[in-house]
Design a protein around this ligand. Structure first.
Ligand code: HEC
Ligand code: HEC
Ligand code: HEC
Length: 133
């Protein structure tokens, strides 16, 4: 039990360090070029302003925290809307909101996760909408 906990703590620290330093190394010209992220989805083409839920810098570094907070809002508090810093109100939904705009999960989420070695295990329960592009 002790060892297991220590393993979890170390895994937690490693995950935190990756997440915390991500903005520092992401996109810097290293041997491996940064992933080619595609934003061209039908939902994004319809938008007048190409904005994410929160600022791009925040999303890049902290979308996992936002998603964890969203899950807690729904599962623990039954809260299903999120008011962003700019006042826009969003439906809390991984599938219906994030993957509505980012419907090209393979060319967006997956590309970046493959590049950075992150493996979010959400899709055994959460539905991936049919990829449009
Ligand atoms: C074992 C199944 C399971 C896994 C794995 C899982 N979830 Fe969920 N998640 C649920 C269930 C059940 C709900 C509650 C659904 C509801 O009430 O709408 C939920 C709700 C959520 C919500 C809020 C409602 C929604 O539809 O988006 C978010 C956000 C969320 N989970 C994120 C994640 C993320 C991120 C991961 C991966 C790191 C993940 N979940 C992995 C089962 C799971
Ligand atoms: C209303 C459409 C929309 C929704 C909903 C949306 N996004 Fe975005 N997202 C965008 C746009 C547009 C950009 C690029 C903004 C830019 O280029 O500055 C973006 C950027 C991002 C980035 C940064 C990409 C990079 O270049 O580093 C991440 C990560 C991200 N989104 C994840 C998410 C997650 C997770 C959710 C759900 C919690 C979500 N997005 C919901 C439109 C959306
Ligand atoms: C710009 C790169 C980038 C993009 C784009 C991106 N992610 Fe991530 N994501 C990461 C990194 C790096 C981590 C790992 C952080 C860590 O290990 O703590 C991560 C972690 C996550 C986690 C937490 C994993 C876990 O097991 O706790 C979830 C959930 C997640 N991303 C969902 C998404 C979704 C959904 C999208 C697309 C809408 C997306 N991400 C797009 C870089 C990205």
């Amino acid at each position: 039990m002790k060892l297991y906990n220590r393993g979890m703590v170390i895994a937690g620290i490693v995950a935190f360090l990756i997440a915390a330093t991500f903005p520092l190394w992401y996109g810097r010209g290293k041997a491996v070029p940064p992933p080619d992220l595609k934003l061209d989805t039908p939902a994004l083409e319809r938008l007048k302003e190409k904005r994410c839920i929160e600022s791009t810098t925040y999303m890049r570094a902290s979308h996992m925290k936002l998603l964890a907070a969203w899950r807690d809002d729904v599962v623990r508090e039954g809260k299903r809307t999120y008011t962003a810093a700019d006042g826009r109100i969003h439906q809390i939904s991984l599938t219906g909101t994030c993957l509505n705009c980012h419907s090209n999960k393979d060319k967006f989420c997956d590309r970046c996760h493959d590049y950075s070695g992150a493996k979010p295990a959400c899709w055994s329960c959460h539905i991936i909408p049919e990829e449009v592009r």
